[in-house]
Design a protein around this ligand. Structure first.
Ligand code: MG
Ligand code: ZN
Length: 247
């Protein structure tokens, strides 16, 4: 995996091998990266304005691979679609498996295959939405590529960013990846049905999240049993309303 922003320049060398040249290259890298991020922020702001105008509540999911984003998304879509017009965009490096799985939720789903890029960018969201009428949606979900590092740098124009961690991971994930927890609005602990078998220390997980992000709202869910889904959906409903997106 690589980041598009630095990856395309990482192999290039300006001048010869001198230390000065190395420093110059590093400076260039930082500049290129800053420009990419600036461009992304401009696009994300445009997207956010479009979403607000169309009355679409946009929620993004970030987590490491295997945290159960797709299962949680499928459950969420299935439960919401009775009352809301929902759709999803799912990012993945290579496969379209997630979109195929999500097709079971019987709502519009589009896969974004990022190839070698290990995160979603605002441009990809914009492009994927070209043939969708936002006015016909109430909620749009965006599943980012499984990665706890660089997705934190890319604003996608979402109203709510959700970071997920599962009971099959270490309780100290938040302390190891503080940036992603800092850029997220709420945390969801998934696979609660496996907590006991995995000897997951729930208290330690909460402490780890709170250490990075004091007072962060945390949901505990099981996509398999449906436990905790009611609280999560109630939260989504009220958030959507407080953002005055109800038409
Ligand atoms: Mg997935
Ligand atoms: Zn990346």
């Amino acid at each position: 995996m690589r980041c598009a922003d630095t990856g395309s320049y990482a192999g290039q060398r300006i001048g010869s091998n001198g230390i000065g040249d190395y420093r110059m290259t590093q400076t260039r890298l930082v500049e290129v990266r800053q420009n990419v991020l600036k461009h992304n922020d401009v696009l994300a702001r445009e997207l956010r304005a479009r979403f607000e105008k169309a009355g679409v509540y946009v929620v993004s999911f970030v987590s490491s691979p295997g945290s159960g984003k797709t299962a949680f998304l499928e459950k969420t879509l299935t439960l919401l679609r009775e009352k809301y017009r929902v759709a999803a965009l799912v990012g993945d490096l290579a496969t379209e498996n997630d979109a195929a799985r999500l097709a079971r939720a019987e709502v519009p789903v589009k896969q974004i295959v990022t190839g070698t890029i290990c995160h979603l960018e605002a441009q990809m969201i914009k492009k994927s939405l070209e043939d969708w009428d936002l006015n016909e949606l109430d909620c749009l979900f965006v599943e980012n590529v499984g990665n706890l590092v660089c997705p934190s740098s890319y604003d996608l124009g979402e109203a709510l960013r959700v970071v997920l961690m599962s009971t099959t991971e270490g309780e100290d994930k938040p302390r190891k990846y503080p940036t992603i927890f800092n850029t997220a609005d709420v945390a969801v602990i998934t696979k609660m049905d496996l907590a006991e078998a995995c000897e997951f220390d729930l208290q330690a997980a909460h402490a780890s999240i709170q250490a990075v992000r004091p007072r962060m709202k945390i949901f505990e869910v099981s996509s398999k049993t449906g436990a905790g889904m009611d609280k999560w959906l109630e939260f989504l409903r009220s958030e959507r309303e407080t953002k005055q997106l109800v038409k």
